[in-house]
Design a protein around this ligand. Structure first.
Ligand code: ASP
Length: 439
């Protein structure tokens, strides 16, 4: 049995948290590969080490002294080493790292040191081998992962190092230069390690007991989701739920490895299990149609009308060619007989709204174009709503009762989500109302 365990920044923010991590790892002998983030925030007003390292890079770039920030960073690691009774090696790691910072250092080189140093300390603390990401995580020049080379190399390293700590977040280009994933990328490192080593599961430890059914800033004490499929997770994440780095899912999904989200502070909690599908739904689970509710604010709806639009075979295509020309992501295209709408993020649109409208008027000659801003999209996601009646009825009844006007409705083709467009001012109330009616 082999489990890959990844700990996020908040789980590694202090020496006290390192102790909790050690308890978790040593409580299960199959937790032999540990992936770490850089130290995160210890409290609300604290700084993440990764953020401080980005600030260091900016200082170096503009030739401003960064000694105070570096001291602040060093103190974080010194505190961890002291609290955990580690050796003096930390001072050498810090000095060596500091010595590499120079005017030619890239942001990726500098920020990757957050994970590097944390992995050094964690390896000593657990008595595991430190294996640097530069030894096994290979990027192509376009920033994608060279999976074949990466998997093979890690498999070989695992033969030598049966218990190892891996720094998350970075790897190397073919020329050996350091490169990082986008923010939160240690999740991806863990997923790649799990897939490479055909692990029995990938446990991602964070500071919440799994994925919540709704945003706790909107709904009081939302329930956590016990089991969710990869497709549901994709829908929830795309629609605004912040759970895992987007690229995490791909390697584990492809290798069919169960992914758990667990809480470092409460490891006994069940957390959330994410899998391709579940064949053993309990009766209670089968009754619950909605897995989670989430949403995003600030969309615009552009409604384009043209008499006898349906007789003009190329009309919609010609309009979409123009959104493509302006590099716009069109989220939804609700339509009626003589008009259709484009739902696009207001921010994206702000850079080219006038150009787009002028182009549509010139090249498609519609009868009218109307733009409505301030729209939110709220998604109710659930694998069990497919082929079950009554879910949409419940959504509309609940929102109608609260006097919330629905501007747009969309159901995904695979029937695992129903999205409603409401005004931004109704955003929170919509999420609360839907949560209450489905729990
Ligand atoms: N430390 C990096 C960040 O803050 C990567 C990670 O934590 O996953 O984004």
């Amino acid at each position: 049995m082999l489990k890959i365990v990844k700990f996020g920044g908040s789980s590694l923010a202090s020496g006290e948290n390192f102790k909790k991590v050690k308890d978790i790892v040593t409580s299960d002998p199959s937790r032999r590969v540990v992936v770490v983030s850089a130290p995160g925030k210890r409290h609300k007003d604290d700084n993440k080490v990764t953020d401080l390292l980005y600030v260091c890079h900016a200082h170096i770039r503009y030739k401003v002294s960064f000694e105070d920030i570096w001291q602040n960073i060093s103190d974080r690691y010194l505190e961890i080493a002291k609290t955990c009774g580690l050796s003096d090696a930390v001072s050498n790691y810090l000095a060596d790292t500091r010595a590499t910072f120079g005017s030619k250092s890239t942001a990726d080189e500098i920020v990757s040191r957050g994970e590097y140093l944390n992995a050094r300390l964690m390896a000593e603390y657990l008595g595991y081998d430190f294996v640097d990401a530069t030894e096994w995580l290979f990027f192509n020049y376009d920033g994608t992962v060279d999976y074949e080379k990466t998997y093979k190399t890690l498999q070989n390293l695992f033969k030598e190092h049966q218990a190892m700590v891996l720094p998350g977040f970075y790897g190397v280009y073919p020329d050996g230069k350091l490169h990082t994933f986008s923010r939160g990328g240690s999740d991806v490192t863990g997923a790649i390690a799990a897939a490479a080593l055909s692990a029995d599961c990938y446990e991602n430890f964070t500071d919440v007991s799994g994925i919540l059914m709704a945003d706790p800033k909107i709904v009081d004490n939302p329930k956590s989701i016990e089991r969710i499929t990869f497709s549901e997770l994709r829908e929830l994440s795309y629609m605004g739920a912040e759970v895992l780095h987007e690229e995490t899912v791909f390697p584990v999904r492809q290798a069919n490895i169960p992914l758990y989200i667990k809480n470092t502070q409460r490891p006994e909690d069940k957390g959330t299990l994410i899998m391709e599908s579940f064949t053993d739904e309990s009766d209670e689970e089968a009754q619950r149609f909605i897995t989670g509710i989430t949403g995003k604010k600030h969309f615009s709806i552009i409604t384009i009308s043209k008499n006898r639009m349906t007789d003009d075979f190329s009309f919609i295509r010609r309009v979409l060619q123009l959104t493509e020309k302006h590099h716009l992501h069109v989220e939804h295209i609700p339509s009626s007989v003589d008009s259709f709408s484009l739902v696009i993020s207001t921010e994206e649109l702000s850079y080219c709204l006038h150009g787009l409208i002028t182009d549509i008027q010139k090249e498609c000659a519609p009868d009218s174009i109307k733009v409505c801003d301030g729209v939110s999209l709220v998604a109710s996601v659930g694998r069990r709503m497919a082929f079950n009646s009554g879910v949409s009825g419940k959504i509309f009844a609940a929102l109608g009762k609260k006097g919330i006007n629905i501007r747009m409705i969309e159901q995904g083709a695979d029937e695992i989500n129903i999205i409603v467009g409401v005004m931004d001012s109704d955003f929170k109330e919509t999420i609360r109302t839907l949560y209450e009616s489905f729990t």
